[in-house]
Design a binder for this molecule. Structure first.
Ligand code: MEV
Length: 299
């Protein structure tokens, strides 16, 4: 049986969420799929990257694997094969999707079916190996999906959209390290705490308004809030010329708002569109800049 970990987009609030502010995120259809193919040997087979990982090695993947095995009560040795449909280091929660898929496969090999909360909790051990100080948003959304407001150490708050959200996700092709981008914001906050906290508070206010806009089905208001969030992320030096260009192209092609998503410094951007036709126009416009784009729906 296949088990799944979802990818995610952060609609608003990345980085601020590391400092206890709320963020709005949505699970997407693409993610990581895992399958237990035999029992007796503990190994992870990552076909897309041609890698076989065992828990006793020193590299990050092996340490992450060991960390989630330690979270599994009565872990049974299993060969787990993984397929990934997400680019790595692109802000779409690839590592968390992998972690959740592996946690679910370990649970099924041990004859267990834990809740999504418990899956997310175990997958945080995986995320900590890669990201140092993760807020927990990626592993939580990878386990739960849907649209939600996430806040560190609080129960996930589901958001019920009046209309499904249609997004175009564009990949700048530049990969970025979440750990380094989070560290860069931490350094800015050490140097200028008052200024940085004002920016994080402003992002938190946008998130609260965006939640209301989603519940009311006010796509235009949501788009404007995303544009404002992008300006604030730019002021924290998280955007890049490629991401700015893609956001501008998306807006010109009819997107109601656009911003980077995830850690920034490269990776993906998201553009909010009002309908299918403008989604296709925006996707085409981004592709004409030589980058990959696809349409995703969040509900
Ligand atoms: C990464 O998807 C989101 C960040 O806010 C980091 C985190 O929340 O752990 C940049």
């Amino acid at each position: 049986m296949d088990v799944f970990g979802r990818g995610k987009v952060i609609l608003l609030g990345e980085h601020a969420v590391v400092y206890g502010r709320p963020a709005l995120a949505a699970g997407i259809e693409r993610g990581a799929r895992a399958r237990v193919t035999s029992q007796g040997v503990m190994e992870l087979v990552l076909s897309p990257w041609d890698r076989v990982v065992t828990p006793g090695q020193k590299d990050e993947l092996s340490r992450a694997f060991a960390a989630v095995i330690a979270e599994q009560p009565g872990a049974a040795p299993a060969r787990i094969e993984i397929d990934v449909e997400l680019p790595a280091g692109a802000g779409l929660g690839c590592s968390a999707a992998l972690g959740v898929a592996v946690v679910r496969a370990l649970a099924s090999a041990a004859g267990e079916a834990p809740s999504d909360e418990e899956i997310a909790r175990r997958a945080l051990a995986w995320e900590k190996v890669f990201h140092g100080n993760p807020s927990g948003i990626d592993n939580t959304m990878a386990a739960h999906g849907g649209i939600a407001v996430y806040r560190r150490d609080r129960p996930l708050e589901r958001v019920r959209p009046r209309k499904p959200l249609r997004l175009v996700i564009g990949d700048s092709g530049e990969s970025a390290s979440t750990r380094l981008m989070v560290e860069s914001v931490a350094r800015q906050r050490e140097r200028e705490p008052v200024k940085a906290d004002k920016t994080l508070d402003a992002i938190a206010a946008l998130v609260q308004n965006a939640k209301l806009a989603i519940e009311e089905g006010d796509i235009r208001a949501l788009g404007q809030l995303m544009d404002m969030n992008q300006m604030l992320l730019g002021s924290l030096m998280l955007s890049t010329p490629a991401l700015e260009e893609m956001c501008a192209v998306a807006r010109e092609a009819g997107a109601v708002g656009a911003k980077l998503t995830g850690a920034g410094g490269g990776g993906c951007m998201i553009a909010l569109v009002a309908d299918e036709a403008s989604g296709e126009r925006v996707r085409g416009a981004i592709e004409r800049t030589g980058r990959r784009a696809f349409v995703a729906e969040a509900r």
